[in-house]
Design a protein around this ligand. Structure first.
Ligand code: NAP
Length: 259
């Protein structure tokens, strides 16, 4: 299927590795030029070079922490007239309700709610003026089904979800489509870190920790960044114009519900 977005320009945040990179690769495969961001310059440049070589698209890099205002401004400036925005950043650390103070909540809300909102506010005027835009926010399965130790993430990402629910309907008449992608467990460094933690606390090998987690997923495996990216590219395509304000859960069936 031709997604109809060849020659469009996309910002993909937190994209040197993992799910962000999966989205960048899938968009590049459709002929989309990219502005890529991550904090570590070396990995970012390596990823950019690999994408240029594989897909022949233009890739501009902006290294820095996307949760800071100057880096967001640099990303938006590098993109100019962005047609597509994929927001992403690292997740907050785990913990317990009694341990989180005001500053912990402010940091999480800043990174996982106010940062994507600021980026959307940065690109929306241009998208509305050109009457075409696609925005995908990478959130988490925790928005549907809380992970208790990730209370900071549950809180901040649910706030973002509320903002998107209303705003997506306000900008839909102007041809701008905003949706959220909710990853369950995917095969990235973050999943490896989670498995490493379980292997330490349970005194089992990392392979056993992974097998145990895979057994809880009806698909019996972790998702891949490539299939996550393919879903993202579809939501950024010409064909997604009637999909407004949705929360697409990509979790191999782990969330057990009829609807
Ligand atoms: P990952 O493999 O660890 O990759 C994270 C990417 O984001 C890297 O390129 C990293 O590069 C960049 N990054 C992190 N913090 C950043 C920041 N503040 N500014 C700019 N770039 C930043 O993680 P992932 O698995 O792809 O996860 C992506 C998001 O999905 C996270 O928010 C995570 O919580 C969420 N999620 C993931 C899963 C999963 O199973 N993988 C499940 C649910 C939710 P640098 O470190 O160089 O900046």
């Amino acid at each position: 299927m031709d997604l109809g977005i060849r020659g469009k320009r996309a910002i993909v945040c937190a994209a040197s590795k993992g799910l962000g990179r999966g989205c960048a690769e899938a968009l590049a495969g459709e002929g989309v030029d990219l502005v890529l961001n991550a904090r570590g310059a070396d990995a970012l440049e390596t990823t950019a070079a690999a994408i240029r070589a594989a897909h022949g698209v233009e890739v501009t890099t902006v290294a820095g922490d996307i949760t800071t205002e100057p880096v967001r401004a640099a990303v938006l400036a590098a993109a100019g007239a962005a047609d597509i925005l994929v927001t992403n950043a690292g997740g907050p650390p785990p913990g317990l309700w009694s341990g989180w103070g005001r500053d912990d909540f402010l940091r999480a809300i800043d990174a996982n709610m106010l940062t994507p909102i600021a980026l959307m506010q940065g690109v929306l005027p241009g998208m509305i003026a050109r009457r075409w835009g696609r925005i995908v926010n990478i959130t988490s399965a925790a928005v549907r089904s809380p992970v208790p130790v990730l209370g900071l993430s549950n809180t901040a990402r649910t706030g973002l979800t509320g903002f998107v629910a209303g705003t997506s309907r306000q900008v839909a008449p102007d041809g701008v489509v905003i949706n959220n992608l909710l990853p369950g467990i995917h095969d990235t460094d973050r999943a490896t870190a989670l498995d490493t933690g379980v292997s330490r606390t349970e005194g089992i090998g990392i392979d056993a920790a992974r097998r145990n987690r895979e057994a809880t997923i009806p698909a019996r495996r972790y998702g891949t960044p490539a299939e996550f990216g393919a879903a993202c590219a579809f939501l950024c395509s010409q064909h997604a114009g009637f999909i407004i304000g949705q929360n697409l859960l990509l979790d191999g069936g782990a969330f057990n519900a009829t609807m």
